[in-house]
Design a protein around this ligand. Structure first.
Ligand code: AMP
Ligand code: GLY
Length: 429
């Protein structure tokens, strides 16, 4: 088979790496890819942003007789890439535009959860700043304020006092910092608990959960500083139990699929649940309609089943026919970023030590913002390199990952030093 992966981050590198192991795959293409993906796939310079983007991908897929396309990130899915491909009779792994709205509109997702009795934080929706300000002046703090639309993980602001809440409302609705994404906002109760990412494969009727994972969203150690796309992750969550699996199936995944079906929204692909384990039970913080980044980088190295088999079973509505197996091990990912991320940062900095790091057994390097310039690998984004290690437990995985991180250098590289620490402490209790 020939497969096209769409995207250019660490998640897409991990997807290409896993697909490469499939007995069904001959050639992998990636559009546009990065300097690391180039080592496992043929990179195609079709860059997102233009109005012809999806049409150019379709043209490439037809011309090159690609058998399957896999979409990494949310934007093309929210733009309806799956519908366009299906109209052109091309095989693609991902949800339709009508289903992708679960991530593309947080207001839609909250109302969908309400009408399907899916547990989530209590919320109110506002279309004007004045009404929102009046509401926060008369409500208990803290609150969480969210822009409705896609904002690359930056549209959620946790406010501990009225002044912060008013500033957040102004930022989103008066200064329009997130553009159209902030035309509506959600103000919701702030939940306290452990956050876990649970991803599932789905064929629209059934959902099979992957190993659980935990992201580290804040830029600095001990969860300080602004939210980022993710500074590191590990899998599985150490306090995972079969009871939690069953509860998530019954209370969240099954009613979600039922609700989508009833509304005629076709969902094939990966369903990502951002969950908060609160003293009052499990609550859904958000849906994502694709693999998480960096969760994907820790989940796929633990997958023992052929990923193409799983994807085809989803597309052909026969997920029940396959058994998905996981390694009994732990994995941990440290994201190396450019100083300044998630705000502004330098680019084109030379990266050294990648080969030495990857020569450590059980270490895998997934590239994110990297490029090849004059035969050298250089930085081209905020999140630059994902260093992943597998081990028989989380502590071993962590030690290996940081050993590899210490071998990789670029100017002012930043890493969190505490990825997995809380989980390791908790599992020692
Ligand atoms: P979201 O994009 O909705 O998942 O929000 C991004 C991050 O904000 C989440 O991963 C949480 O860390 C935090 N968050 C979102 N909603 C809440 C909430 N209701 N209570 C506490 N934290 C939240
Ligand atoms: N790691 C969170 C996300 O992919 O949205």
């Amino acid at each position: 088979m020939k497969i096209l992966v769409i995207g250019s981050g660490g998640r897409e590198h991990a997807i290409c790496w896993k697909l490469k192991q499939s007995k069904l795959v001959d050639t992998i293409y990636c559009a546009p890819g990065n300097a690391g993906i180039e080592q496992v796939a043929e990179c195609i310079p079709i860059i997102p942003g233009s109005s012809e983007y999806i049409q150019r991908l379709i043209y490439f897929v037809k011309n090159n007789k690609i058998d399957l396309t896999v979409v990494g990130s949310e934007s093309p899915l929210a733009d309806g890439i799956v519908d366009y491909f299906q109209e052109a009779d091309l095989k693609i792994f991902g949800p339709s535009k009508d289903a992708a709205i679960l991530e593309a509109s947080k207001v839609f997702a909250k109302r969908f959860m309400s009408r399907n009795s899916i547990p989530t934080a209590k919320f109110q929706v506002f279309k004007d700043a004045q009404g929102a300000v009046e509401y926060v002046r008369n409500t208990h703090m803290p609150v969480v304020i969210k822009a409705d639309g896609l904002a690359a993980g930056k549209g959620v602001i946790i406010c501990s006092c009225v002044e912060e809440a008013v500033a957040a409302i102004n930022k989103i609705m008066v200064e329009h910092s997130f553009g159209e994404a902030g035309a509506q906002i959600i103000i919701e109760e702030c939940l306290i608990g452990e956050e876990v990412s649970v991803l599932a494969f789905t064929d629209g009727e059934r959902a099979v959960q992957m190993v659980s994972a935990q992201d580290h969203k804040r830029v600095f150690d001990h969860d300080i500083g602004p939210n980022t796309g993710g500074m590191g992750a590990y899998a599985p969550y150490p306090r995972w139990t079969p009871q939690l699996y069953d509860l998530i199936q019954k209370d969240i995944l099954e009613p979600t699929l039922r609700g989508l079906q009833e509304e005629g929204r076709k969902y094939i692909g990966v369903m990502y649940l951002g969950l908060m384990l609160t003293p009052g039970g499990i609550k859904v913080l958000e849906y994502n309609i694709r693999f998480g980044d960096p969760e994907c980088q820790v989940i796929l190295p633990l997958l023992d089943t052929d990923l193409v088999d799983i994807m085809l079973a989803c597309i052909e509505h026969r997920l029940h026919e396959i058994t998905i197996k996981w390694k009994q091990a732990s994995s941990l990912c440290v994201v190396m970023t450019s100083d300044g991320y998630p705000a502004s940062y330098k680019k084109n900095l030379q990266i050294t030590g990648l080969d030495e790091a990857e020569s450590i057994k059980s270490v895998i390097i997934f590239h994110a913002g990297t490029d090849m310039k004059d035969g050298q690998i250089v930085t081209s984004g905020g999140r630059v390199i994902n260093v992943v290690a597998c081990g028989e437990d989380l502590l071993k995985a962590k030690n290996l990952a940081y050993k590899a991180v210490n071998l990789i250098h670029f100017e002012d590289a930043h890493v969190r030093k505490d990825i997995g620490d809380r989980a390791i402490r908790n599992s020692e209790d």
